[in-house]
Design a binder for this molecule. Structure first.
Ligand code: ZN
Ligand code: ZN
Length: 339
């Protein structure tokens, strides 16, 4: 089969590789759509060992299954949670199995991902796609699920005020899910007017372009000077956590959603004085089904976040297009079935 492979180079290669076979408990999925995510471009930074087939935002059709898989039929349309678990470790035995200590994460060395014609995955990680949800949308079930996880970590309540820092696809998905969950005021801070306008259009969030607007003033105006209940860092920039901290009310909650490559010293005095909660949010647990359902109900604008649908072999073009048109492109989805 054809697969995109990270070989340690700057760009990806299309290669012929053997088709996967289902191991015990697994299904093989014919990939219909696999999205490109920022983390797919960081294998070298994470000091991963090539070759790796990337792709952790995947949707497709079950075409083969192990004899011990009973809950799926050939032909089922599924979205995939990339975090395959061992079922035996401390995390798996607790209520945070998504932090499995022995995870075989799709798109890593030990589990080839979905930038390929076929991918093998634990049946436990496949979720049926509801009627009416396209494969391109369903490929965004993973990024949506991890955004939902942010608010579960923050214990967001309906009627609370949410600040999302970051106007990329994760900013959009966070804002959309905050709206679904009944947030009162949603402020999205970013640098690109085009992106912010799209997010506002979908979510009725209040935008703040921090290149020319003072975020602190916007927060104060919208919360009567109190501050936000919840703030989410969806940028990964080193300065963001402290900006978020300064925007929170006493006992507010900061969610560290993004991986921060160059962290700066945290304002711990402010954390102390205001009894702030700092929580990390990584991957997701129990979030796929609600996100797919929200897509089916047209509440989650996944389809509208997909700006490019491109054949698998043009992956490098898609990546450079995303980089060149950052201000008005959110997501690109690879279509292995299209030539
Ligand atoms: Zn991702
Ligand atoms: Zn485990």
């Amino acid at each position: 089969m054809k697969a995109v492979v990270w070989t340690g180079e700057q760009t990806f290669q299309l290669q012929d590789v053997p088709e996967p076979r289902p191991e015990s408990g697994q299904v093989v999925v014919k990939v219909e759509a696999a999205a490109i995510c920022g983390t797919d471009l960081h294998y070298a930074d994470f000091q991963s060992t090539p070759p790796i087939i990337p792709g952790h935002e995947v949707a497709g059709i079950v075409v083969e299954k192990a004899t011990d898989v009973n809950n799926f039929s050939i032909g089922d349309a599924v979205a995939l949670d990339p975090v395959q678990r061992c079922g035996e470790c401390y995390a798996c035995a607790s209520d945070f199995a998504h932090l499995c200590l022995n995870t075989r994460h799709l798109g890593s060395k030990c589990a080839p991902g979905g930038w390929a014609e076929y991918v093998a995955v634990d049946a436990a990680n496949a979720y049926r796609i509801p009627e009416g949800v396209s494969f391109a949308s369903a490929a965004l079930a993973e990024p949506a699920a991890v955004c939902y996880q942010s608010f579960r970590r923050a214990r967001l309540q309906a009627g609370q005020n949410v600040l999302i820092i970051g106007d990329g696809p994760f900013g959009l998905l966070h804002a959309a899910i905050a709206r679904i969950l009944g947030a009162k005021t949603i402020i999205v801070a970013g640098h690109y007017d085009e992106r912010l306008a799209r997010i506002v259009g979908h979510t009725r969030a209040i935008s703040c372009n921090t290149h020319r607007e003072d975020l602190g003033a916007v927060v104060a105006e919208r919360t009567g000077g109190l501050g936000m209940d919840v703030a989410v860092d969806a940028t990964g920039a080193g300065a963001t956590p402290n900006i978020a901290i300064s925007a929170l009310r006493p006992r507010g909650t900061l969610v560290i959603f993004s991986y921060i490559w160059n962290p700066q010293p945290t304002d711990f005095p402010a954390v102390h004085l205001n009894e702030l909660n700092l929580v990390g949010s990584c991957r997701s647990l129990g979030c796929f089904e609600p996100c797919l359902q929200w897509m089916a109900e047209d509440k989650l604008p996944a389809e509208d976040a997909v700006d490019l649908q491109i054949p698998l072999q043009h992956v490098n073009d898609a990546i450079s297009e995303l980089a060149q048109h950052k201000k008005d492109l959110f997501k690109a989805v690879l279509l292995p079935g299209r030539k």
